[in-house]
Design a protein around this ligand. Structure first.
Ligand code: PMP
Length: 425
């Protein structure tokens, strides 16, 4: 389908055919959902052994009665789990509750209002505060900034990660930039794994940015590859140690998409100075996290064999769903310019770009035909995609047959919207 070369007559013929296809789909009364990146029922079932695993023994190896208060840092065994997940020493890990998003919100609030290195380091003291947001990105990161009144500055995502020339230039010019969001492996939504060079350059930002600048390194998909050939991520921890910028990065991860999404364990990884600053404020928020769940996870992974073994089972369930999405995109748009996408090798999303100005239309057409997609614009700060072209496809929850059906609808919607746009132009 070459819209550029097509005659007016050809465009009209395509419009008639696609409109008919679309009406036929509409008549089916489908109810399909490709919106949120959460695990399917079969995936959460993989961890059902968590229930009852303690068999009434609530005391951890180090002698902690997990039923009681305390242990703001987390159990040693849970720290070891976080250390394995993030590839950092256990002394640099703090174990939180069930959500890394909570830890990120708390860390950003604390850095903003109270300072991670004493009251003088609080961002809010300096007036306007800005955060760099690679786009397209994760909507909930942007909501955290919005909630705290932090202005967001977008930076394009490239196939190597954020556009580092832009990031460095912005930071050099503006010391009121205090933070940057990063999803370094299988980025939400583009699926990109940051290149080694990008990781090095991010570790070096601490040398050019304000002293209280922090990278929020959200490694939510650290071990979530679809197969062994997926690219590895260089260690930001080692890169910071080499650059002498240990305090400039806060890492986050969780077992949300490893065990139970709503009842997993979250981790923060940071320099000892940052952890000290964080805990000084955390002590006002909680007497301690849910250590019973931490112990359940320690025992679960001891029984499961390894993190890797557990992730392989997830990959087996996710792979056919991703393959279905990619097959439909390749078949429909592989030889034309109606859309662009990255072939994600892990994570939970495929990010698709329509021709400029069409994302909202496609999402609306799909919704009217019974296929729910993430609202257009959600992957940009303030919900505003300046090109109105990015659509996040999340295929983990529906069955493969439903992904198949939903993608057929998606393809028709993209083609129809594109042809109609070409006719208007
Ligand atoms: N970070 C990213 C990039 C995510 O995609 C998600 C889940 N969609 C989260 C964090 C949420 O993690 P948690 O469940 O640990 O709060």
């Amino acid at each position: 389908m070459d819209l550029q070369a097509a005659s007016l007559d050809q465009l009209r013929r395509w419009e008639t055919e696609l409109s008919a296809d679309y009406q036929a789909i509409k008549a089916k009364g489908l109810k399909l959902d490709l919106t949120r990146g959460k695990p399917s029922v079969d995936q959460v079932k993989l961890s059902d052994a968590l229930d009852g695993i303690l068999k009434g023994n609530y005391v951890s190896d180090d002698g902690t009665d997990t039923r009681n208060y305390g242990g703001i840092d987390g159990l040693p065994g849970a720290k070891a789990l976080g250390a394995e997940l993030m590839g950092i020493p256990a002394v640099n890990v703090l174990v939180g509750g069930n959500s890394s998003l909570t830890l990120m919100h708390q860390a950003m609030s604390i850095a903003h209002f109270h300072g991670l290195a004493g009251a003088d380091s609080a961002w809010a003291r300096e007036g306007k505060v800005k955060c760099l947001c690679p786009v397209p990105g994760y909507d909930r990161h942007f909501s955290v900034c919005e909630h705290l009144g932090i202005e967001m500055i977008t930076v394009p995502m490239l196939s190597t990660g954020p556009d580092m020339d832009k990031v460095e230039a912005l930071l050099k010019a503006d010391q009121s930039i205090k933070a940057m969001w990063c999803v370094p492996r299988f980025s939400n939504p583009t699926g990109v794994v940051y290149s080694d060079d990008t990781v090095q350059r991010i570790a070096a930002l601490g040398k050019i940015a304000a002293a209280n600048f922090r990278v929020f390194w959200d490694n939510a998909y650290a071990v979530h590859s679809l197969d062994d050939s997926a690219p590895q991520l260089a260690s930001i921890f080692d890169a910071c140690a080499a650059a002498g910028t240990e305090d400039s990065v806060l890492q986050f991860s969780s077992t949300s998409k490893i065990t139970f999404a709503g009842a997993g364990v979250a981790f923060m990884g940071a320099s000892e100075a940052n952890l000290k600053g964080f805990k000084a404020s955390l002590g006002f928020i909680t007497i301690g996290p849910d250590k019973v769940n931490q112990l359940r996870h320690i025992k679960f992974f001891a029984a499961a064999g390894s993190l890797k073994a557990q992730m392989k089972k997830h990959a087996e369930l996710l792979k056919p769903r991703f393959a279905t999405v990619l097959k439909h995109l390749q078949d429909a748009f592989g030889d034309n310019d109606l859309g662009r996408w990255e072939s994600a090798q892990g994570g939970y999303f495929v990010s698709f770009d329509t021709r400029p100005g069409l994302a909202k239309t496609v999402v609306k057409l799909a919704a009217d035909a019974g296929v729910k997609l993430t609202p257009a614009g959600a992957t940009y700060p303030y919900g505003k995609d300046p090109n109105d072209s990015n659509i996040r496809i999340a295929p983990s929850v529906p069955a493969v047959s439903e992904v198949e059906e939903a993608m057929k609808v998606f393809v028709v919607c993209v083609k129809l919207a594109s042809v109609r746009q070409a006719l208007e132009q």
